[in-house]
Design a binder for this molecule. Sequence first.
Ligand SMILES: NC(=O)c1ccc[n+]([C@@H]2O[C@H](COP(=O)([O-])OP(=O)(O)OC[C@H]3O[C@@H](n4cnc5c(N)ncnc54)[C@H](OP(=O)(O)O)[C@@H]3O)[C@@H](O)[C@H]2O)c1
Length: 190
Amino acid sequence: MKTHYYTATSLDGFIATEDDSLDWLFSLGDLNDSSYPEFIAEVGALAMGSATYAWIGRNADKVAAETGSSWPYTQPVWVFTSRNLPVIEGADIQFVKGDVRHIHNEIRAAAGDKNIWIVGGGDLAGQFYDAGLLDELIVQIGSATLGKGKQLFPRRVLSPTLRLISVRQISTGMAELRYEVGKNSVGSTA
Ligand SMILES: NC(=O)c1ccc[n+]([C@@H]2O[C@H](COP(=O)([O-])OP(=O)(O)OC[C@H]3O[C@@H](n4cnc5c(N)ncnc54)[C@H](OP(=O)(O)O)[C@@H]3O)[C@@H](O)[C@H]2O)c1
């Protein structure tokens, strides 16, 4: 059982525009040509921040076109938020807040022998990294730059913490890099 941060990013390190648009992403490649089908088959539970959750709620049509369902996950999902948010129909959601270490134990119990997917955003993945709980970073790098936006991973992580274990070209629009995260260093906010 591992904890993965699996996401797509622009070439200049942003996972969404400043106003949370992902329109730049969908033209870059097809999910089914990426590692996503085998990745999601091994996921037992997910965690995401409230902006990511809100994006799925606002973009039900796009999500359905891309994945076949407006709520695409059959697994339980932990949504990190300090607010009271509505539950999206058909979703198995736990709303949680605070220290990711305690909540990680709960998520791990639900995931069983499968993996945990930290969907994003970057700072939430960073909170798991800071706590020494992130095992792998799997990043699909799109052939596009945004100039500014929501950061992929707002932490300073110096060599040799990240160990590149695979590189895969998906198309001319995307490459996927997979890193193991060493556990012998402490994260810091960039
Ligand atoms: N390119 C991709 O593949 C990809 C992947 C994932 C996400 N995205 C997009 O990237 C953007 C990410 O947005 P974001 O950077 O703002 O990140 P986010 O993690 O989705 O949301 C951040 C919010 O989550 C809540 N939160 C985070 N940690 C918490 C904690 N420990 N306890 C309680 N609440 C916590 C806080 O909001 P409140 O407390 O105010 O609720 C915080 O402002 C979204 O637009 C999303 O759709 C893109």
